[in-house]
Design a binder for this molecule. Structure first.
Ligand code: PMP
Length: 429
């Protein structure tokens, strides 16, 4: 049965654009994993804020400053409610998932961990959940131990068990990979084991947040990182959700205005609560926008959104797999949650991206900031099609038709095989 978008496409004027060859193709936006489209009502909320309440927060006694402060703090509360965090004081507003993971690394791990401690890092992570641990290894002398993926992209549970025996102090995992569409079958078990050995769990929620229901407090992880722009908000804001126990041991990373209770010649006392980690002027209008995006997602229903994107992404993956010369990355037996990545025999992913663009299909090509994962899968790069609550069946049709045409033209009866192409890629610097 066709899956109808749970989010009304009429709320996205950008979808009326025509692009591609001669600007003659309707826009097929399949890059929501990079950034989701912003609904008109979110744009209106930003306009209203600037038209009526534009001011900096926390520092003024005037009405506009109070309104702006109120709006910003209400965003924190809305995020807490949306993600099942009982106390909004454990929601740190950041500039996005990257900064959130950085804060977990340098606001918590840098002083909570000791030289020689093991930090387990999953190989399907985005660089945002890899590089900060490498940095921590340099700065604090911790040891990064990998939880590898197998050839199908599945986290290797046996390899994790060997790491777990070494008593890791922190485990960095992706709730949802931004390259592999499926949910890691071993994720829940790995998190259970991590709790069992008393490790801090840092879960990257950038790709799962706003796509499916998630209750942070119930999930029993220590840190959850997310970005508003992946959930129909604006760029420049995100959050780090913290467990009570992790939050209690954090220290400020960035110092400056807004994060102190008192400063004198001798030193400073950090402000209580999340403000201690939010130095400087935050993205106030983006916080206002995020509230509106959360309201829209809530009205559409996260269960419906999850079912819809799963149906579209799984169908896309299946139909792409049926195209001769196309390889979809990852285990074919698992459903895709909201995206699928693929390679086309004999055509570089960047060329695939450009050819799709000419057909009006906006997809992303490259390593998607997941080089370790691509390496493990034997590919230097891939093309990613990603879906959101406003995506439709016709988007899948357009993608598959355009890829089939291209694969056919590239094949010319003498395909060399994606593995050969991947090997060729690996020999390049
Ligand atoms: N993690 C994952 C899984 C992502 O897909 C992204 C965005 N590509 C990030 C982290 C980083 O998010 P941001 O760029 O918004 O900080």
């Amino acid at each position: 049965m066709p899956s109808l978008p749970p989010i009304d496409r009429a709320g996205f004027p950008i979808l009326e654009r025509r692009i591609g060859k001669g600007e003659g193709r309707p826009l097929v936006y399949l890059d929501s994993a990079a950034t989701a489209l912003v609904p008109e009502r979110v744009v209106r909320a930003v306009e209203r804020f600037y038209a009526t309440s534009c001011a900096n927060i926390h520092r003024g006694a005037h009405a506009l400053a109070e309104e702006a402060t109120d709006a910003y703090e209400c965003a924190r509360e809305d995020v807490a409610r949306f993600f099942g965090v009982q106390d909004a004081g454990r929601v740190v507003l950041t500039h996005g998932a990257t900064e959130s993971m950085h804060l977990a690394a340098f606001g918590w791990a840098e002083h909570a961990l000791a030289p020689g401690d093991v930090v387990a890092v999953a190989e399907d992570n985005h660089h945002a959940n890899v590089v900060c641990w490498h940095q921590l290894a340099r700065r604090r002398g911790v040891e990064v131990a990998w939880i590898p993926v197998d050839g199908q992209g599945r986290l290797d549970y046996a390899a994790w068990c060997a790491v777990a025996e070494r008593g890791p102090k922190l485990v960095a995992l992706a709730h949802q990979s931004n390259v592999l569409g499926f949910r890691q079958p071993a994720l829940a078990r790995i998190m259970d084991d991590a709790r069992g050995v008393g490790a801090c769990i840092v879960l990257d929620g950038a790709q799962a947040a706003g796509h499916e229901p998630f209750a942070f407090d119930e999930a029993r992880v220590d840190f959850y990182a997310l970005s508003a722009h992946k959930m129909m908000g604006l760029t420049g804001i995100g959050a780090l959700l913290c467990s009570e126990c992790a939050f209690a041991r954090m220290e400020p990373v960035v110092g400056g205005g807004g994060m102190v209770e008192r400063v004198d010649r001798e030193g400073f006392v950090p402000a209580p609560g999340p403000a201690a980690y939010e130095a400087g002027t935050p993205a106030i209008a983006a916080a206002v926008a995020w509230r509106e995006a959360l309201a829209l997602l809530g009205e559409a229903g996260l269960d419906r959104i999850a079912a819809h994107t799963r149906a579209l992404a799984t169908r896309a993956a299946q139909e792409l797999r049926d195209v001769p010369g196309v390889t979809v990355l990852g285990d074919a037996s698992l459903p895709c949650e909201s995206l699928a990545s693929f390679v086309v025999d004999g055509v570089h992913p960047h060329d695939v991206g450009r050819l799709l663009d000419a057909e009006g299909v906006a997809a992303r090509a490259g390593h998607h900031c997941a080089q370790p994962l691509h390496r493990a899968l034997g590919a230097a790069a891939s093309v990613r099609a990603s879906f959101a609550g406003y995506s439709c069946e016709e988007d899948v049709d357009a993608l598959v038709a355009a890829v089939a045409l291209m694969a056919d033209a590239a094949g010319g009866g003498k395909r060399t095989g994606t593995r050969a192409m991947a090997r060729q890629e690996r020999t390049q610097p």
